[in-house]
Design a protein around this ligand. Structure first.
Ligand code: MN
Length: 159
């Protein structure tokens, strides 16, 4: 897999054209694709979310459990983390607390995704360090809106 911005050296004698004339991606939210770490233990749900986010111009990384989520968050420094609260090995709230202990990840937006959002759950979710939560099943528009607000998907429009 190539990196996004690695400058390439033209080969001697080759006609080198810059890639800057590529047509803009129809659904891209920003010029640079924001990277989202999707933490979800249900593979089917994870794939659906990946499809949706990918279609809307995000770059998606996936983790299936809390340990993986913590590891990948550290390694990849995503722009936002979608955190399933019911994970197989531990709670997504626990993973959120681990992630918040890391200086570099302290301000990374974390959105809890949960099937239950009783008042008590909401309080626990926000106390664990999440920035927002989305209750499943979610409406696509609301889901995308919440994410784009947190990753600052409209940097050009900022006053
Ligand atoms: Mn789950």
């Amino acid at each position: 897999m190539g990196t996004l911005t690695e400058p390439r050296e033209p080969l001697a004698g080759s006609s080198y054209t810059t890639p800057s004339t590529a047509p803009p991606k129809e659904n891209s939210v920003t010029a640079e694709r924001k990277r989202i770490l999707v933490v979800e233990d249900d593979d089917f749900t994870s794939l659906l979310i990946q499809e949706l986010l990918d279609f809307h111009g995000y770059s998606v990384l996936r983790a299936a459990d809390a340990v993986d989520a913590y590891r990948l968050a550290n390694e990849l420094r995503p722009d936002l983390i979608l955190m399933d609260i019911q994970l197989s090995d531990s709670s997504g709230l626990e993973a959120t607390k681990w992630i918040r202990e890391v200086d570099a990840l302290r301000d990374t937006p974390i959105v809890a995704v949960t099937a239950f959002a009783m008042r008590e759950d909401q309080r626990r979710i926000m106390e664990s360090g999440c920035d927002a939560y989305i209750a499943k099943p979610f409406h696509t528009d609301y889901f995308l809106e919440t994410i784009s607000q947190l990753v600052g998907a409209e940097p050009q429009g900022e006053a």
